[in-house]
Design a protein around this ligand. Sequence first.
Ligand SMILES: C[S@@+](CC[C@H](N)C(=O)[O-])C[C@H]1O[C@@H](n2cnc3c(N)ncnc32)[C@H](O)[C@@H]1O
Length: 339
Amino acid sequence: MKRAIIVPAEEAEPVRSDLLQRGLLDKTRKIKVSNRHTVEKFLEIPVTGDVEGHTVIEQKELEYYGKWESLKERLEGAIPAEELAYVPSGWQLIGDVIIVSIPDEIDSRKAIIAKTLLEMYPGCKSVIRDFGIEGQFREPKRQIITGSQTETIHRENQCLFKMDVMRIMYSKGNLPERKRMSMLGKDEVVVDMFAGIGYFSIPMAVYAKPEKIVSIEINPVSYGYLRENIQLNHVEDIIVPINGDCAKLTPEGVADRVIMGYVGSTHHYLEQGLMTIKKSGGVLHYHETTPEELLFERPISRIRDAALELGREVGIQECHRIKKYSPGVWHVVVDAEIT
Ligand SMILES: C[S@@+](CC[C@H](N)C(=O)[O-])C[C@H]1O[C@@H](n2cnc3c(N)ncnc32)[C@H](O)[C@@H]1O
């Protein structure tokens, strides 16, 4: 028998939170308006057992929370109605960790948000609050709300990415680009100048099987995970990881394809990116963040200007918007054939 107690609507919130604290609230069922025909409005609060001081009824028409129920819907009644507007509608699952941005306006609700998210994803172990990405190493600013385990293995497109989410970023918005890269490079020599933990190198090595990928990463923490991910994905015979600054370590004249998967100041590295391409020619994947009004003219002219300096020819193949980076600014990639 599924039980509920009936309480006047205006008393429902303190009763509900008391039941919640005492572990007597059945959180799988929804609070419903009672069909008692009185002027006063009553609510049925689902409970797990007898509750002293209340008449317990058998609830007839049961309404369960579905998996599809949004976080906001689940928090209805649990936090003040005016705060519901700030409840996030999206989050990121990385391995068994949930990453969520929580506005300051509902800072005091972070614990219940984390608890509710863990109820929605019982396979997850930790909930981490995200404050954005900073600096040249693209390090995330994050805070653990609940759980202690922050190192995890994320599976995407059958590739494994091990990382500590407190120290390493992983952008959900770059998924289509990671997939696109997984289809390019067969039998080629590729240089991945900003390799991170292997965001592009790993899928390319697993699927396209280039002859070799030289993967350069400056951040020692990311580099450590890059090495682990090479092993986890069994691509030791394809990827050669290098720890250091690609401005100094990019090899010259070796690549059929070069990936410049970094944003912010990528154009400062264009000389090295172009010089690594074989004299006989190759393809450049140049990323940058571009204001909407300069799409795609600015990245194209930056490539052309740098190529002109080096006496190389440029043929633009494709231009893609990867994701919105900030208001009015896009993360883009331009594919250019360099000869
Ligand atoms: C985080 S990745 C970019 C994200 C990637 N596009 C994705 O799919 O999420 C960029 C990497 O470039 C590295 N990096 C920055 N400057 C570098 C440099 N001069 N040489 C080598 N690596 C560099 C950063 O440490 C970072 O790991």
